[in-house]
Structures are given as C-alpha cells and as structure tokens.
Design a protein around this ligand. Structure first.
Ligand SMILES: Cc1cc2nc3c(=O)[nH]c(=O)nc-3n(C[C@H](O)[C@H](O)[C@H](O)COP(=O)(O)OP(=O)(O)OC[C@H]3O[C@@H](n4cnc5c(N)ncnc54)[C@H](O)[C@@H]3O)c2cc1C
Length: 413
C-alpha cells in the first residue's frame, strides 16, 4: 500500500518537510489553513507603498547550511544575495559614530587583533572572554557573560537581539551558543549576510511550491486542520471541517503549525507559551548608492536598516512595547532615524508598518525548556516548526532543519 504523509502548514518548516519527502517513495499532501504559503516569512503587494514587501526583513548568514541546501534544492540559491565578505556596518545615533566590523575568513579570528576591523573602543582581550558563550547552559545570558561595556553594547547586544528577538540579557545562553558556534566561531565564510533582495516569496516560497507542483504534490490552501482523531498510539483521522480524511495504517502526519496551534491539536504536548513581537517599517524610497545592503543602528527605535530596490525597510526586534503605539508617530520617529543614518532628506515617503505580534517564541531559558522533540507519543505524528527543539532560536534555519528532521522521521516510521 502506498504511504501518504500529510504535511499540515505551509510555512518554511512544512515546505521543507514536503520538499524533502517528494524525493522519496511516499505520497505527500500539503494542507495550509490560509490562502497563501510562507507563514511568518511571506511577501505581498502593499497598497500604501505600492511595493512588494515582506512581512518582515529576514537575514540569513552563509553558515545557515540547511537554509542554503533547501534553496539549492528548489533552485533559488542564487537569489540570496549579499557581499563577498563578512562586513557589518553600524551607526550609533547617540554620537553619530559609524564603523564597519570586518570578520576575516578562516577559523582563526585575527580580526579581533586589528583595531581597524574590530568594534571601536574594544580590546582583544574583551573578545577572548566571549569563549564562555561557546558552550553555555540554558541559563540567562546575563548569568554567563558581563553585559556591560562597548563590546556588549556595540556588537553582542545588537547581534543577539536580532537572532533571539529578546533582550539578550534575559535570553537563553544555550541558544546564543548555537548561533555563535555556527557563525562567528567559524569565521567570515559562515557570517556573510544574505538577503532575498526581490522578496522572500521569490526565494523561499514560490520556488518550493513550483517544485512540489512539478512533482505532482497536491497543495490544499484554505484547508485548516481542525482536529486530529487518535486511536490508541496513532493518528487515525484528520478533520478539516468540511472534510474528514481517514488514515491508513502506514500513513503519517507532520504537524508544521505554530506552537499555539499545535498545542490545541495534539493534547499533552509541551510547547512555548510566550512570544515576542517584531515591527517592520517600510518606506518607498531609493537608498543612496553608497548605503550597504544592511546597517545596524544603535540607540534608536530602528535597529537594522535594509536597502532593497526602490525601498528601505527597517526592523525593530523585541517590539512588544511598540505594538500599541500610534502608527503615524512610529513612522515619523523611524523616518527621522533613517535620515540621520543614510543622509536622506526631505518629506517622508509613502510608508507601511507591519506588526507581527507572535513573531517568535520568547527565547528565554524557561520557554526554551518547553520546546518538544519532533517525535510525539503517537507513532505516526511528528512535529516541525521553529519552536520545536532544534537548539536554535526561532529562525529560518531552525524551521527548515525541523522540517527536514520531521520528514526523515516520518520516512523511517
Ligand atoms: C517579522 C519577522 C522577522 C523575522 N526575521 C528573521 C530573520 O531575519 N532571520 C531568520 O532566520 N528568521 C526570522 N524570522 C523567523 C522566521 O520567519 C520563522 O522562524 C519561520 O518563518 C517559521 O516557520 P514555521 O514554518 O516554523 O512557522 P510558520 O511560518 O508560522 O508556519 C506555520 C504555517 O502553518 C499554518 N497553519 C496554522 N495552523 C494551521 C492549521 N490548523 N491547519 C493548516 N495550517 C495551519 C499557518 O498558516 C502557517 O502558514 C522572522 C520572523 C518574523 C515574523
């Protein structure tokens, strides 16, 4: 009997799982609750700016090997673009100082010995103290390293805030460790920034849908899973509201939905219950030619400024405090900051603000400890999603690895 694997959720975890499975002997059916794929990583046309925008700027680093392997499989790797070197420009709004961090290729970090490459005001020995973060336990970062001084405020805080989406002092040091081991500690070749310049959809979503369609995979939009029907130690049926699907004994289910949705569908699983917001502000404007594709901003509401063709988009992480702020006031503040950093002047151009309230699970030690394994108490039910226990914070890389892993488990079940 041919086996069917039902993948529930067409975010990156579900897409990665489906892409992995279509090359095997099983039949795959992908079910998505909404009318579009991509989940928290999606592009769409925005009327206010008349631009194609992403729900949020997404940054990959070249060390994100699963994300690049996925893009290679679906044929879109060359649409992830960025500089040849691991260089990050920062601008401090407090004193208008600008500097560029230049991480050398190779594992030996000779950039930390070179004053022109490292963060201004830091000494080589400050960096050596970071060794403690290479293999840290699941405790707050503030318990592991000193969260004071220029190295923390000018480098670690902005990088970890972006990666963990939480005040880094409260963040899990274990999650920070994974990030640092897989990027900074591997040298510049693992730290080159990569951006989907023509939109996330054209790189990570649409090519995956085409890949699946070419392989004959049914993709069912507006097909929300309402309930799982369990029989002893397996899932025996799926309830999509209007339609029920009975599972044959060898069939399997990959539940690749957000943590809060999974907790409502699979009784008894533990999952993160606290989340953090991200705010993105988009301006329809051409960036000055000299502006790097992304620039880190200190001491502002803006934290990272991304330049796209005809658009500048600004990220603010850990943004729960801004969720109820008036949009007009936010756009005003952020446009002023963009002007200070980029040298742009003049009237504020057409703009849009996108608030993602549950952008990521809160990357605290407590929430990290609530992340479940992909295997469940049911033999044919597997979990995927950036919130499962990948060892990484909620990222594209984590979502794709979780989808790959769930697919492998479903195949071997
Ligand atoms: C604003 C923002 C900025 C970010 N920036 C970065 C970044 O710079 N770098 C980075 O690596 N990561 C970043 N991330 C994180 C990244 O987007 C996520 O980790 C990733 O997209 C999560 O994918 P997922 O498949 O696990 O979950 P989701 O994207 O949430 O996908 C779950 C899917 O399941 C569907 N679904 C839900 N319930 C059901 C149901 N009952 N039946 C069927 N379908 C269902 C949903 O509609 C959705 O499509 C950012 C996230 C946000 C929101």
């Amino acid at each position: 009997m041919a086996r069917t694997v039902h993948v529930i959720g067409a975010g990156l975890a579900g897409l990665a799982a489906a892409v992995r499975l279509v090359n095997s002997s099983v039949r795959v059916i992908l079910h998505e609750a909404t009318a579009m794929a991509g989940g928290r990583c999606r592009s769409y046309h925005d009327h206010a700016t008349d631009c194609l925008i992403d729900n949020g700027n997404h940054l990959l680093l070249t060390g994100n090997h699963a994300a690049f392997a996925y893009a290679r499989t679906i044929g879109s790797e060359n649409r992830l673009v960025g500089p040849d070197k691991a260089e990050f420009t920062f601008f401090d709004l407090a004193d208008h100082q600008r500097w560029t961090l230049r991480i050398n290729d190779g594992r030996f970090p000779w950039w930390i010995f070179d004053r022109a490459r490292r963060v201004p005001g830091t000494r080589t020995r400050d960096y050596l103290r970071l060794a403690r973060l290479l293999s840290a336990p699941n405790r707050p970062i503030a318990n592991i390293i000193d969260c004071n001084g220029p190295l923390y405020h000018r480098l670690l805080a902005p990088l970890l805030l972006a990666a963990l989406n939480i005040d880094p002092r409260e963040g899990s040091a274990a999650l920070a460790s994974t990030i640092i081991r897989e990027t900074l500690a591997r040298g510049g070749s693992a730290c080159r920034p990569r951006i989907a310049r023509d939109g996330l959809g054209t790189v990570l979503v649409e090519p995956a849908l085409e890949y699946l369609e070419t392989a004959g995979t049914p993709i069912r939009f507006s097909d929300e899973l309402r309930a799982l029907r369990f029989e002893r130690n397996r899932v025996a049926g799926l309830d999509f509201g209007g339609e029920s699907v009975e599972l044959d004994p060898p069939d399997a289910v990959i539940l690749a939905v957000p943590a809060y949705a999974a907790a409502g569908l699979a009784p008894g699983i533990t999952a993160p219950t606290a989340f953090r917001a991200i705010l993105n502000t988009h301006f329809r404007v051409d960036a000055p030619r000299s502006l790097p594709p992304l620039i880190g901003v200190l001491n502002g509401t803006a934290e990272w400024i991304f330049s796209f063709p005809g658009r500048i988009s600004v990220t603010t992480s850990n943004a729960d405090r801004l969720m109820n702020e008036p949009r007009e006031a936010l756009a005003h503040t952020i446009w002023r900051e963009v002007c200070a950093v980029t040298g742009l002047t003049g009237e504020r151009p057409a703009w849009q603000i996108v608030r993602e309230r549950r952008a990521t699970f809160a990357a605290t030690p407590e929430e990290n400890a609530r992340r479940p394994q992909s295997r469940t108490a049911w033999n044919n039910l597997f979990l995927a999603g950036d919130w499962t226990d990948t060892g990484l914070p909620a990222t594209i890389e984590g979502a794709i690895r979780s989808g790959d892993h769930a697919a492998d488990l479903a195949l071997s079940s």
